[in-house]
Write a protein that binds this ligand. Sequence first.
Ligand code: NAD
Ligand code: WQD
Length: 339
Amino acid sequence: MKTILVPGGAGYIGSHTVLDLIKKGFNPIIVDDFSNSSKKVITILEELSGEKINFYEMDIKNKEGLRKIFRENKIDAVINFAGFKAVGESVEKPLMYYENNLFGMITLLEVMKEFNVKNIVFSSSATVYGVSEKVPFVETDPMGEVTNPYGRTKVIIEHILMDLAKSDNTWNIIALRYFNPLGAHESGRIGEDPNGIPNNLSPYITQVAVGKLDYVRVFGDDYETKDGTGVRDYIHVLDLALGHIKAIKKFEDSKAVRIYNLGTGEGYSVLDMIKNFEEVTGKKIKYVVTPRRSGDIAECYADSTKAKEELGWEAKYGIREMCEDSWRWQLNNPNGYED
Ligand code: NAD
Ligand code: WQD
């Protein structure tokens, strides 16, 4: 396993994984259409790694284009990050989400099959557990009632992958269910760059701290949690990146389809997060409690024992480092990758 095709490698989690792949001696090749990322990421990755980054600007739904990439490179495995990810947008534009996330993945799998490259890691999400109230989530839990088209694309793709593995046991498939990513590379040069007003809590808080937004809206304080606000399993993006390297190494063991949670197993409430960011930024973060956000659950955190036992992966960054690294990125790049 040396040459790894990384669709979506210019995005938030992909860019951190590409850096780690290079550090560990792999040869990543990015394919990205930059629909939700900046071309500047490529130059920054080159500066941070000291290596030339191989990349193709292309939509993975372009089958002929993908074939060309597989012809030009001897690819050993694929880590697919490419997809749209905004929950709210997926409710407004379901067809766009189904088209991009499902057709993108299917096209990629078809071309992989043609070229007999049957090792793939897929970016799944804790969202597949749906609105269940049973925490922590374990991989053997059933996929739940998912409340939005984005989440459904993850559930459908996991089913596609399982069906594929059943039909042909030479596939080697790993779906990684990320919990709530935050943090950034320690350089503060790559990080999460949401379009417009962020949906996710962490970039929202850092944008309040940097003065771009006035206050955080806390979506409900009447949940059955320690302080009434929603509890989530926040995980450092660098820990996620390492999870992909461990997954790639697992391919050398045996052929199978496997699913792993990637989380810390610790839950933090919205108010915990505001407090941590206040301590890290040294700023008072204003917040206002508003009604619950539709589709949210009270608590979501992982049991990641399986990833520890089978992949030898464990989250090593704590909440303080996650907040510090998110803040460094925000402070250095108040407008993300824009000048
Ligand atoms: P991101 O939007 O930063 O990265 C996705 C990248 O894929 C972007 O660079 C985008 O330009 C590219 N892309 C999208 N569609 C494409 C296509 N058809 N062809 C080529 N490139 C395409 O998102 P991220 O936060 O890095 O997430 C990566 C993956 O992890 C996604 O699949 C996402 O659903 C999943 N995930 C993300 C989170 C999260 O909260 N960030 C949580 C769980 C799972
Ligand atoms: C975290 C907590 C909110 C914003 C989403 C996706 C999930 C995955 C990760 C991709 C919740 C509260 C939030 C705000 C708030 N992505 N909150 N004010 O909803 O756990 O997960 O991102 O796969 O699929 O659904 O993350 O960051 O939006 O919310 O009070 O302005 O913060 O209610 O309790 P979520 P989040």
